[in-house]
Design a binder for this molecule. Structure first.
Ligand SMILES: *Cc1c(COP(=O)(O)O)cnc(C)c1O
Length: 221
């Protein structure tokens, strides 16, 4: 199947769900991104700020670029001018830096809080309680150049579908808990969960945004 056929199949097979597809193009050349773009795909996800910056400069301007991986504070400036959504906000320090860089250029940057849901120690993210405390703080309320529009989570990398489903379920429950707490810079609209190996389960559990790389562009070697 071509890249376009793979994308169309993901969209068609799951057309009973309302979701956005982030085509994860990290490590893949611009030619492959253009191929997907010509088939109508507009949202692409990258996890390295410099790579993202380089691709943005060369590819069509109506692409929505999402930063999906762990983001170091000193790299925020590379992507602040154009990034559409930052999925992996996992510390107040990072959120403040995004706010600062956005303020410099007069933007409001949309972000998702990454929540730690998997079993691996190495995965980044806030705990539920850290998130509750942060959004109730005056410091959070004072950040005028960010807009937190939802949550992102990565399930444990396992064959155990029941565990993955349970992790997504808990994240969805937390998303629903936060929904009523809408403020000027917080609104629970997007729930980013699901990758090539688990997006079907994620959609069944309420994902609004799936981040799919290898099932579209092939493995990354
Ligand atoms: C690489 C990556 C993906 C896509 O992974 P695939 O298994 O190739 O679909 C999704 N989310 C994040 C945060 C990633 O880094």
């Amino acid at each position: 199947m071509t890249i376009i056929q793979k994308i169309d199949k993901i969209l068609e097979d799951n057309s009973n769900f309302d979701f956005k597809l982030v085509a994860v193009s990290k490590t893949k050349p611009n030619e492959l991104i253009k191929e997907a773009y010509e088939g109508g795909q507009r949202i692409f996800g990258e996890n390295k700020p410099q790579e993202l910056w380089g691709k943005e400069a060369e590819l069509p301007k109506d692409i929505e670029w999402h930063m999906i991986g762990h983001l170091q504070t000193n790299k925020v400036k590379f992507i602040a001018p154009f990034v559409t959504l930052i999925h992996g906000v996992d510390s107040l320090k990072l959120l403040k830096e995004i706010n600062k860089q956005a303020a410099k250029i007069g933007r409001v940057i949309e972000c998702l809080f990454q929540i730690h849901i998997g079993k691996e120690d190495t995965k980044f993210g806030f705990t539920y309680n850290e998130t509750r405390t942060l959004i109730a703080s005056e410091e959070f309320a004072s950040l005028k150049n960010i807009n937190v529009i939802g949550l992102m989570g990565m399930a444990t990398n396992t064959e155990d579908d029941d565990l993955v489903r349970e992790e997504f379920k808990v994240l969805k429950t937390f998303f629903e808990e936060l929904k009523p707490q809408q403020t000027r810079n917080l609104a629970m609209v997007e729930l980013s969960m699901g990758m090539s190996g688990d997006y079907k389960i994620a959609l069944e559990e309420g994902s609004t945004m799936i981040r799919v790389g290898s099932s579209i562009f092939g493995g990354r070697g």
